[in-house]
Each structure stands twice: as C-alpha cells, then as structure tokens.
Design a protein around this ligand. Structure first.
Ligand SMILES: CC(C)(COP(=O)(O)OP(=O)(O)OC[C@H]1O[C@@H](n2cnc3c(N)ncnc32)[C@H](O)[C@@H]1OP(=O)(O)O)[C@@H](O)C(=O)NCCC(=O)NCCS
Length: 168
C-alpha cells in the first residue's frame, strides 16, 4: 500500500511554531484557486470589480479555514486593509493565494495575495483575514490546532462520513 505524499506546493508553505506564530523567514504563499475574469466580473471601467474579487477571496478563505480548523462553522471575523495594487481585464486568469499566519485559541489568521497569472503582477494583498471557529451554540469555540495541515485529515466529520458512504 502506498502512502499519499503531500503535494510539492507544501514545500513553499511556512512553518508554524508551537505558539501558533509562523516563521517569518518562510514567506511562501500557496495558491489554491484560479479564476477567469468574465464580463459579469467587470466594473464600469472595464476592469475587474473589487467586490467580485473580495467575494472570491472570502469564499476561498472560508474553505481554507474549515479545513485547517476542522469545523464547518468558521466565520469571517475581520478583513484588514485591502490594497488593490493593480487590476485585471476580461479574459485574464488570476490566482488567489492564502497562507495561515497565526493559529489563535478560537481564531485563524491568514494572509491573502492575488496575482495575474500572465503578467505575474500582484493584483491585491490583504495582510490579515481572521476567521473564528464557532461551537454549536454559535459562540467562539477552541479549535485545538497550532499548525497547518497539508492533508484532508481535518475535514469536518459529517463531510468525511458522506465521502466514505460514497465509496471515496
Ligand atoms: C465571530 C463572533 C462570534 C466573535 O465574537 P467575539 O465576541 O468577538 O468573540 P471573542 O471576543 O471571544 O473573540 C473570538 C476570537 O476572535 C478574535 N477577535 C475578536 N475580535 C477581533 C478583531 N477585531 N480582530 C481580530 N481578531 C478578533 C479574538 O482574538 C478571538 O481569537 P482567539 O480565541 O484565537 O484569541 C462574532 O463577532 C460574530 O458573530 N460576528 C459575525 C460573524 C459573521 O457572521 N461573519 C460573516 C460576515 S457577516
């Protein structure tokens, strides 16, 4: 039986220490999602609408937080200053990257970066996106994690069960 190995991209991800702080020397961002800029994503200037981009990032951050915190009840708490560095045009392909920068008691802080895949120009940076893990009562609940997982071992249990039922 072969054991699944982590994908190459994990080599670029940072190391998280026991206190939850990330080693700043390892500043890699792991890009997980790509998008194609379509007509419905444009603003009146004919370039990518910031609201579309933020919706994509919030969804991407939610998925990442759910996997890292092992809890589908993970909600956006804070999005810090957003720097729209450059824009994208219809037909451009962009890639969105997230990096966990701090594991708190009930929270997870991430950094986001979006790039144009063709020009490699940075489109946007967000230094801090904070998600909070909630309990069944809707209040913040300790997640118990201090570092990044590179596997699917923290998928919320009910999702893991349905994957098992489907024979996956
Ligand atoms: C998420 C929510 C339950 C947190 O409530 P709260 O009273 O702030 O909870 P706490 O004070 O216990 O803080 C919970 C965590 O959030 C962190 N936090 C709270 N306010 C913060 C802020 N302004 N910036 C960064 N982190 C913050 C705390 O440090 C704590 O993290 P830790 O446990 O890792 O140390 C509440 O604010 C809420 O329901 N917000 C709406 C969430 C939502 O619906 N988001 C979707 C978009 S509308």
């Amino acid at each position: 039986m072969t054991t699944e190995q982590p994908a190459d991209r994990t080599a670029a991800l940072p190391t998280v220490g026991p206190d939850g702080a990330v080693d700043p020397a390892a500043d890699g961002v792991s890009f997980h999602t790509r998008k194609w800029v379509k007509p419905e994503d444009l603003n009146a200037n004919g370039t990518l609408f910031g609201g579309s981009l933020l919706r994509w990032i919030d969804e991407q951050a939610a998925i990442y937080a759910i996997i890292q915190l092992g809890n589908h009840r993970a909600v956006t708490k804070l999005i810090s200053e957003i720097n729209f560095v450059s824009s994208a045009r219809q037909g451009d392909m962009i890639e969105m990257g997230l990096k966990a920068t701090h594991f708190g008691r009930t929270s997870l802080t991430m950094r986001a970066e979006v790039r144009n895949m063709i020009t490699r120009q940075v489109i946007l940076t967000i230094e801090r996106i904070v998600f909070v893990s909630l309990g069944e009562d809707g209040h913040p609940a300790p997640h118990g994690y201090t570092g990044i997982t590179y596997h699917r071992d923290r998928l919320p249990v009910q999702h893991r069960d349905s994957a098992h039922d489907a024979g996956r």
